[in-house]
Design a protein around this ligand. Structure first.
Ligand SMILES: C[S@@+](CC[C@H](N)C(=O)[O-])C[C@H]1O[C@@H](n2cnc3c(N)ncnc32)[C@H](O)[C@@H]1O
Length: 249
C-alpha cells in the first residue's frame, strides 16, 4: 500500500499515461500486439498493465497477496484486462499451464531469489518454442556496495553465496516513510544468470550493460537525459538479457 500510494510509482501519472515502462524494455520487446506475455514478480501490476495497454495478453505473477489484490484493483479501475496470480515465482508452473510468446522480468527481482537454477527452468517451461525471455536488472556490481554508509563502501562479493542482510529507514519507493525495512537479498553474478539460462536449454541472443539507470535507487545519482548516473561513474548500473527458446524445444 505504501508503494501503491508513493510518488515513485505516481498513480495519477500512470492512470493518464497507462505506461510505466522504460526505454530499455520497450526498445527490446518492440511491438507486443497480440502476443501473450508472462510478467514475473509483477508487484502491483503497473508494468503488466502497460504491456496490456500496448496490446499484449498479460499474466502477472507475484508472491505478495496485497500486491496482487492491488494489481487486480488497478486493472479494473483503468479497464485494462490482465490476469494476476499470487504465487512464488518458482512455483509458477504449478499454477499456470499456458505457454507464452514473451516472459518478462525487470528492476529488482532476481535479488529476492537465492538460487537461479529453478527460476531459469521455470522460464524455459513457460516459453513457447521460439518464445523470448527478456530481463532488465540492476547490475551485480552495483549490489557490491553498502549504500548505508557515506560514501558507499564496497562490502559484498560480486557473487556472494550468503544472503545480504540490510536494515534501513523507509523503502526504495518511499525513502522518508517512518517504517524500518529489513531485507535479505542475494547478489547474482552475470555468469550465474547466463549459465542458469543456458543450463535450462535457452539460447542467449543479446546481453548489454549500461551506466544509466531509469531509477535513482542509489544515493547521490545525477540525472542526465532522463537517466540516473552514479557520481564518478566507474561501473554499469543496469544489464539486460534477451534469450530465445529453440523452435524444437
Ligand atoms: C522490487 S519489486 C519489482 C518491481 C517491479 N519492477 C515494479 O516496479 O513494479 C519485487 C517484487 O518481487 C516480489 N517477490 C519477491 N520474491 C518473490 C518470489 N519468490 N516469488 C514471487 N514474487 C516475489 C515482491 O513481492 C515484489 O512485488
Amino acid at each position: 500500500m505504501l508503494h501503491y500510494n508513493s510518488e515513485f510509482y505516481d498513480k495519477s501519472a500512470f492512470a493518464k499515461a497507462k505506461n510505466s515502462l522504460n526505454h530499455y524494455e520497450q526498445d527490446a520487446l518492440g511491438d507486443v500486439t497480440g502476443k501473450n506475455l508472462l510478467h514475473l514478480q509483477c508487484h502491483f501490476g503497473q508494468d503488466s498493465l502497460s504491456w496490456a495497454h500496448k496490446g499484449a495478453q498479460v499474466t502477472g505473477v507475484d508472491i505478495s497477496d496485497t500486491a496482487i489484490e492491488l494489481a487486480r484493483k488497478l486493472s479494473k479501475e483503468l479497464e485494462i484486462p490482465a490476469r494476476f496470480v499470487c504465487c512464488n515465482v518458482l512455483e509458477t508452473s504449478d499454477q499456470i499451464e499456458e505457454k507464452f510468446d514473451i516472459v518478462f522480468t525487470s528492476y529488482g527481482t532476481i535479488g529476492w531469489l537465492p538460487d537461479l537454477k529453478p527460476w531459469a527452468q521455470m522460464i524455459a517451461q513457460r516459453l513457447k518454442p521460439g518464445g523470448r525471455f527478456y530481463m532488465v536488472e540492476f547490475h551485480p556490481i552495483a549490489w557490491m556496495f553498502d549504500y548505508l554508509t557515506m560514501p558507499a563502501t564496497m562490502r559484498y562479493h560480486y557473487a556472494q553465496q550468503e544472503a545480504i542482510h540490510e536494515e534501513y529507514q523507509g523503502s526504495y519507493a518511499s525513502p522518508d516513510a517512518t517504517i524500518k525495512s529489513e531485507e535479505y537479498g542475494w547478489n547474482h553474478s552475470l555468469s550465474e544468470v547466463l549459465q542458469s539460462l543456458i543450463d535450462a536449454g535457452l539460447h542467449i541472443e543479446n546481453i548489454a550493460e549500461h551506466d544509466g539507470s531509469p531509477y535513482n535507487i542509489f544515493p547521490e545519482m545525477e540525472k542526465r537525459d532522463g537517466l540516473f548516473y552514479l557520481e564518478n561513474q566507474l561501473y554499469p548500473t543496469i544489464f539486460e538479457i534477451m534469450v530465445v527458446k529453440s523452435n524444437h524445444g
